[in-house]
Design a protein around this ligand. Structure first.
Ligand code: SF4
Ligand code: SF4
Length: 301
């Protein structure tokens, strides 16, 4: 088996549902310009880190310091699980009910990175942890397309996927970029409770419930904002997407909902102590919002 197929097979055995390869090079001028406009318009809100390292974000080769990066290997991992059966008034985004994907995917990809290293190659794994245009590269690598809701949609799988990208100096035959798109659907534009999605696929993070409940640290939330039960994230633009109609439950056990999270109520959150928060959310992405942030969201209607 050649190196490319060996890497692909290993990644699929690690739980990936789609794996693609592309050349490490600058992003297209158009894509770079769009991103810079998003930043200069202030649509990234308080996520100041998105404005940093513009040159690295433009050229992923700069991410590999020890060697000349030649390829990006993009892996999509499914995380869909159905809503918990327990009735609760506190909703966590689907991706946040299990273990932290940053940790899980790095561990799961160890056989792939180990294999590349054994063959003398440098690697850097990026899982939402580096200034890398992950969805752009997923399209270039043929893994999927970016929907109007800004999510990466893997044909036949949907958008409940995490992306992990390996930057490496190994050379691979690139895959064909994905040329699919949303067409005339527009369901997510209508459904978005904050009006964050433009019909042209533009996105204003400042109006997004995910941003407001997770990233926004500006004290209380706007009075006129309706969270509709969300205390951490919002899945509405994924729930309404026809590409997710047949989403299959993930086979990655680490992403299955933890009872300790799925069963939480607002009252329980508001009574939660610091040690309890640390225990319940150990190894969970929810830790990002801190106890104060979670209580702020639980207080808001
Ligand atoms: S996560 Fe919710 S608020 Fe944010 S864009 Fe999607 S539907 Fe809109
Ligand atoms: S809901 Fe429709 S328009 Fe929105 S991402 Fe899905 S297919 Fe595209």
């Amino acid at each position: 088996m050649d190196m490319k197929n060996a890497v692909k097979e290993l990644a699929m055995r690690c739980g990936a549902c789609s794996v693609g390869f592309t050349i490490a090079e600058e992003v297209s001028a158009g894509a770079h310009e769009l991103y810079m406009r998003f930043i200069s318009d202030g649509k990234h809100g308080a996520m100041g880190y998105l404005a940093n390292h513009a040159e690295i974000r433009r050229d992923p080769r700069k991410l590999l310091e020890t060697a000349d990066a030649k390829s990006l290997i993009v892996c999509a991992f499914p995380y869909f699980t159905p809503d918990p059966e327990v009735s609760t008034d506190a909703r966590f985004a689907t991706y946040a009910r299990g273990s932290d994907y940053h940790i899980v995917l790095r561990e799961r990809l160890a056989p792939v990175t180990g294999f590349l290293e054994e063959h003398g190659h440098a690697v850097r794994v990026c899982i939402d942890s580096a200034p890398l245009r992950e969805r752009y590269w997923a399209v270039q690598a043929g893994v999927g397309f970016i929907g109007v809701n800004s999510q990466l949609i893997v044909p036949g799988v949907g958008s409940y996927v995490f992306l992990a990208t390996i930057v490496t100096d190994a050379v691979f035959e690139p895959d064909e970029p994905c040329s699919l798109g949303c067409g005339e659907c527009g369901r997510c534009v209508e459904r978005c409770p904050g009006g964050a999605i433009g019909a042209d696929g533009s996105f204003d993070a400042r109006r997004c419930l995910s941003y407001l409940t997770i990233e926004y640290r500006g004290g209380s939330l706007p009075d006129d904002l309706q969270l509709g039960g969300c205390v951490y994230g919002c899945d509405q633009c994924q729930q309404c997407c026809p590409h997710n109609r047949k989403a299959e439950v993930t086979g990655i056990m680490e992403f299955m909902p933890r009872d300790s999270i799925a069963g939480l109520t607002r009252k329980r959150i508001l009574e939660m102590t610091r040690p309890e928060f640390a225990g319940i959310f150990a190894g969970s992405a929810v830790k990002r919002v801190r106890l104060e942030g979670l209580k702020r969201n639980a207080r808001h209607r």
